[in-house]
Design a protein around this ligand. Structure first.
Ligand code: ACO
Length: 323
């Protein structure tokens, strides 16, 4: 049997940091409100002209270096994002050329905050089927481009960043199971309803490109859905929660993360938390958290990791793997 294994991780963040205290200066909010409701203390914000592709390229280069794999050896790039550099070509194609991996298959996956875990699930299938041997999986976002800085309900929540992994075919696990789901019936609770086909709103700032979210409703569905997702994933991998070493959740809100950990009976010492430093970087959040956990020495070879995410669509996805 062929498994896919993570052989290297990397990440990238914009240099500019915006703290809660910085936000207090131009929007009616407080550090205390943001920390208590979300766990966020600061976020990184892309500079003018700094794109999802820039952050992706840097994260990918670091993952390739950690893996000891050359860009020319990569036979597939799957990139999760909902903030591509341009409408087309895909950001995966732009990154492929910059890395020097020209010729391999490359495409984007749009599953909002679940984008990286979706991309990982897709890449895993390519490797298991024998189609690909070495795959670059990226989750990257410049979501602050869609933020209205005067809207306190949303602007405090998001940040920019990217993470990447190199997946390789192996006779040893590897990824045991991935679970991917969506329910488009919830689209209006978290969306950005403008685009090429529907049209843009020329009378609105940023042509109507702007995150709309019913925070409280999203919160409720997210907690319930993630509870069911982690149960499903354990079953698919034929494992018990007690066999997990780390939970690496989507970093949207500390309270959602704590609820999932509680469901699994895992103490917070076994949960990777970066939401305080990065805020919600959507598709970037899980691979950023993974890379931080690897580079800080927390996550070690042979440990079992449960990755999960929930986001606009709604989409939700998980992966249970041996690192
Ligand atoms: N600063 C100060 N006050 C605020 C702010 C702010 N930034 N934002 C809202 N408030 C006020 C509201 O106006 C409201 O005031 P009121 O009681 O006078 O009406 C009060 O705070 C409470 O607002 P709620 O929205 O009910 O607060 P809640 O406890 O639900 O927290 C939050 C809001 C943090 C958005 C929470 O609902 C949440 O995290 N939801 C999930 C969102 C999420 O995870 N989204 C991302 C998942 S998918 C993705 O990543 C794209």
């Amino acid at each position: 049997q062929i498994y896919s294994r993570i052989v290297g991780t990397g990440s990238a963040l914009p240099e500019r940091v915006l703290t809660n205290a910085d936000l207090e200066k131009f929007v009616d909010t407080s550090d205390e409100w943001i920390r208590e409701r979300t766990g966020i203390r600061q976020r990184h914000v892309a500079a003018e002209g700094e794109t999802t592709g820039d952050l992706s390229t840097l994260a990918a280069q670091r993952a390739l270096e950690a893996a000891g794999v050359k860009a020319s050896e990569i036979d597939l790039i799957v990139l999760g994002t909902t903030t591509p550099d341009i409408i087309f070509p895909s950001t995966a194609c732009l990154v492929q050329h910059r890395l020097g991996a020209n010729g391999c298959a490359a495409f984007d996956v749009n599953a909002a905050c679940s984008g990286f875990v979706y991309a990982l699930g897709v890449a895993d299938k390519f490797i298991r089927s024998g189609q690909s041997k070495k795959v670059l999986v990226i989750g990257a976002e410049t979501l602050t481009r869609m933020v209205r800085w005067e809207e306190r309900e949303t602007c405090v929540l998001f940040g920019d960043g990217a993470g990447a992994v190199v997946l390789e075919a192996s006779s040893e696990p590897g990824i045991y199971a991935t679970c991917l789901h969506a329910d488009g019936g919830y689209k209006e609770l978290l969306w950005n309803p403008v685009g090429v086909s529907v049209g843009f709103k020329d009378d609105e700032p940023n042509h109507g490109v702007h995150i709309r979210m019913s925070g409280r409703e999203v919160f409720k569905v997210a907690v319930k859905t993630l509870d069911a997702l982690v149960e499903e994933t354990l079953k698919a991998a034929n494992m018990e929660a007690a066999q997990l070493d780390w939970l690496i959740p989507h970093q949207a809100n500390l309270r959602i993360i704590e609820a999932t950990a509680k469901r699994l009976g895992m103490p917070m010492e076994q949960v990777i938390v970066t939401v305080d430093k990065h805020a919600n970087t959507s598709a970037g959040s899980v691979p950023l958290a993974l890379d931080f956990a690897v580079r800080s020495g927390k996550v070690r070879r042979g440990q079992n990791l449960l990755l999960e995410a929930f986001g606009g669509g709604f989409t939700w996805a998980s992966a249970l793997l041996r690192y």
